[in-house]
Design a protein around this ligand. Structure first.
Ligand code: PMP
Length: 429
């Protein structure tokens, strides 16, 4: 890439959550293999991000590449209306088999945010079909579910700047975020405000929607699984649907195949994305119970009212099916456990650093919460100098590497984080 390419990028291309007038630098990556990204100048960076929870098997995986090549030679895409194809059927058979038992009706879409829109729409249509329309969702503060308007309406009101969208976003119900951490003793008081909110609005709530156990982009917080068991019970008692957004947590990241398994519960609707294709292509799935699917189908509309152009894209389905086979055949539990142990032993000693407020590790996720917000531009440049790709935000520096990372590569990531938190220059007071 030439300097002119980078100038063009800066002047014409929006990157996630960036400004067109004050863009942060971007780093040109020209290839990726295993757990390394290669910059245009030839430098290799160890990847600590799995491209936002997605590339669990690492990059340039021969089996994933081959699955896409094979599918390209047959057909890259065909419409899904009135047509089906082997990759979609193969993928959905796997999804139905892997996910908790009552989930069996799959809707394929393009991205995580759309999977959340689909789940919300399913809940609304479910209640409409029952002849008792309900339009509100109950969720936690500090949640994150995507950037489309429906998804945004259930994201943390402060992080997602609900004030900016006032009058445009539907107003849902926000309970305080769980305080009882994953490894804490269960605290009965923690759930009281949530239970009160549900009781006060029990006739209006279509569904509870939450990220099970790990609140990701809204704060990287890990909460007690008892929360999920209690919420499942409350939802059952009131007949309210439970939607689990497993887009970030699904496919092993937390040490269980799905984070709901930490609590032994099944939701009525589950959203999957990110690692679904092993980080190669964009695809998501929303999976509902037969009861939800049949209720919707027997309602006034007579069908579920959604059908995107690229629904069930064969190329994405083929590589997703291969990625799930790869996961099933791998020793992902052992890999995630090994990563967890190394993250714990490497990050926990940083607790004593002046800049560090908290250290949290669960599965292949390691989080350093700092006392002050990071200077993103300066810290990013430092990490690149150290030969690692770590993308901090706010007061969070976190690692979620591909499951195939080696101990040496992970040690390099941890060492870079340790060096960063030693230097007050990387933090804004
Ligand atoms: N839900 C969760 C829990 C997520 O972490 C994300 C993405 N960070 C989304 C939904 C949205 O997915 P996408 O970015 O693919 O639209």
């Amino acid at each position: 890439m030439t300097p002119a390419d980078l100038t063009f990028d800066q002047q014409h291309i929006w990157h996630p959550y960036t400004s067109m007038t004050r863009p942060l630098p971007v780093y040109p990556v020209v290839s990726a293999a295993g757990c390394e990204l290669q910059l245009a100048d030839g430098r290799l960076l160890v990847d600590g991000m799995s491209s936002w929870w997605a590339a669990i098997h690492g990059y340039h995986h021969p089996r994933l590449n081959q699955a896409m090549k094979n599918q390209i030679d047959r057909m890259s895409h065909v419409m899904f209306g009135g047509i089906t194809h082997p990759p979609a059927v193969a993928l959905c058979q796997k999804l139905v088999a892997m996910t908790p038992d009552p989930l069996e009706c799959v809707f394929l879409a393009d991205s995580g945010s759309v999977a959340v829109e689909v789940a919300m729409k399913m809940a609304l249509q479910y209640w409409h079909a029952k002849g008792q329309p309900r339009q509100r969702f109950l969720t936690f503060r500090n949640g994150y579910h995507g950037d489309t308007f429906g998804a945004m309406s259930i994201c943390d009101p402060d992080n997602s700047m609900h004030s900016l969208w006032q009058g445009y976003l539907p107003e849902h119900l926000f309970a305080p975020a769980p305080q009882c951490g994953f490894e804490d003793d269960w605290d009965e008081m923690d759930i009281v405000p949530f239970a009160r909110l549900m009781a006060a609005h029990r006739q209006e709530i279509a569904a509870v929607i939450l990220e099970p156990v790990v609140q990701g982009a809204g704060g990287m917080r890990f909460y007690h699984p008892e929360w999920l068991r209690r919420i499942r019970k409350m939802c059952d008692r009131e007949g309210i649907l439970l939607i689990a957004d497993e887009i970030a947590t699904g496919f092993g990241r937390t040490g269980k195949l799905f984070a709901c398994e930490h609590a032994g519960i099944a939701p009525d609707i589950m959203c999957l994305g990110k690692a679904l294709t092993g980080g190669t292509m964009t695809l998501s799935a929303t999976i509902a119970t037969r009861d939800v699917a049949e209720t919707i189908s027997n309602g006034e509309a007579g069908c579920f009212m959604h059908g995107p152009t690229f629904m069930g894209n064969p190329l994405a389905c083929a590589v997703a099916a291969e990625s799930l086979s790869l996961l099933e055949e791998s020793h992902w539990q052992a890999q995630v456990l090994t990563i967890e142990e190394q993250l714990k032993s490497g990050l926990r000693p940083l607790r004593d650093c002046e800049q560090v407020a908290d250290i949290r590790v669960l599965g292949a996720i390691g989080v350093v919460e700092t006392r002050h917000p990071v200077d993103m531009g300066a810290l990013q440049a430092f990490f690149v100098e150290q030969g690692v790709w770590i993308r901090p935000f706010g007061r969070l520096i976190y690692l979620m590497p591909p499951y195939v990372i080696t101990p040496e590569q992970l040690a390099k990531l941890i060492a870079a984080v340790a060096a960063a938190v030693e230097n007050p220059a990387f933090f804004r007071r």
